[in-house]
Design a protein around this ligand. Sequence first.
Ligand SMILES: Nc1ncnc2c1ncn2[C@@H]1O[C@H](COP(=O)(O)O)[C@@H](O)[C@H]1OP(=O)(O)O
Ligand SMILES: [Mg+2]
Ligand SMILES: [Mg+2]
Ligand SMILES: [Mg+2]
Length: 393
Amino acid sequence: MSYDKELAAAKKAATLAASLCQAFLFLSFSTFSLMGICSFMHLGCYKGSILETYMISYIYAWFLDMKVQKELLKSDVHSKSDKSPVTVADYGSQALVSFVLERELPTESFSLVAEEDSGDLRKDDAQETLQRITALVNDTLASDGSYTVSSLTTEDVLRAIDSGKSEDGSSGRHWVLDPIDGTKGFVRGDQYAIALALLDDGKVVLGILACPNLPLASIGSGNQHSSHNEVGCLFFAKVGSGTYMQPLDGSSPVKVHVSAIQNPEEASFFESFEAAHSQHDLSSTIAKKLGVKAPPVRIDSQAKYGALSRGDGVIYLRFPHKGYREKIWDHAAGSIVVTEAGGVVSDAGGKPLDFSKGKYLDVDTGIIVTNKKLMPSLLKAVKESVEEKASSL
Ligand SMILES: Nc1ncnc2c1ncn2[C@@H]1O[C@H](COP(=O)(O)O)[C@@H](O)[C@H]1OP(=O)(O)O
Ligand SMILES: [Mg+2]
Ligand SMILES: [Mg+2]
Ligand SMILES: [Mg+2]
């Protein structure tokens, strides 16, 4: 099975969803830039030269942006029943991916295991939010121009969000989608990813990670905020065909490989930015035991898998706090991106991840990722550190 058609459709869907997410952030930003300029001129500061006024207004607007962008986003950020955030862009991204996959693959039956659903959007007080989502989806489709559709209605968008809704991944084909992975990073203006994978009989056969804020250059030395770097990466992997990365603007892909570093003293490791998502103290004990010297590189989302697949770092450690159950959409795309680049992904006991059991991933303690050479010593350090932590409680 080649999965070529599916890969092309998935790349298109994830790329369009990435444009939607960036447009959402840009609109938030520019609305307030305009407000900043208008209020500055209103203060009577337009008497100097046009250029001077423009420059000062721009700086003023920039400061205003920094302060109010979070406020604006707050009105577009809602809290789900598990208290995690969801934004207008999360829903828009899911609707768009579902729409594009169905359009591009009309002859295939469509089954989608995805993070969001339309439940909250069907409530009376969500109508304004639903309209904003619909406008965002329509604007993205219109600026892409590939589909000759009249504007989608709010009902079309609700239907697209729930289209193919499924929880069963054990047999047949199922798309697995996290429309925005790392919503907290997205809202903060940091890393996030659109993560899309295809399961065939419970195995991940292709995966895409669109990482709009990830620099094209390595972030290995912790320079993920460098303003000199161009950003926007698309990672894609197909079973048996390796992993590739290309700029999100569509330039040519290059094949990527995990780092070959075998000496932990030269290795760096990734972990969650959010301490609530992973036990940083446990990662730090493991790293010390292994002999890792570099401090952790903390970034949000499956961008960690992408960065690891191209050798920016050597290890990814993820140990959710007690009671949290991992979901398949948080690891399906990332895991094939890393394994096709030559890496290994397992739970803390060394077992491969099993994506065939529905929406949850049942893992022993946590998830660890590295290259084949380092995995045995990493597993040993993990085992000892987990036991030490358990006996100290
Ligand atoms: N309490 C939690 N523990 C671990 N992961 C969580 C928790 N809450 C949400 N997540 C999910 O973890 C992932 C982010 O992990 P990271 O810390 O690596 O950025 C996201 O998929 C996020 O969901 P979401 O997709 O809604 O952002
Ligand atoms: Mg979420
Ligand atoms: Mg997620
Ligand atoms: Mg998400």
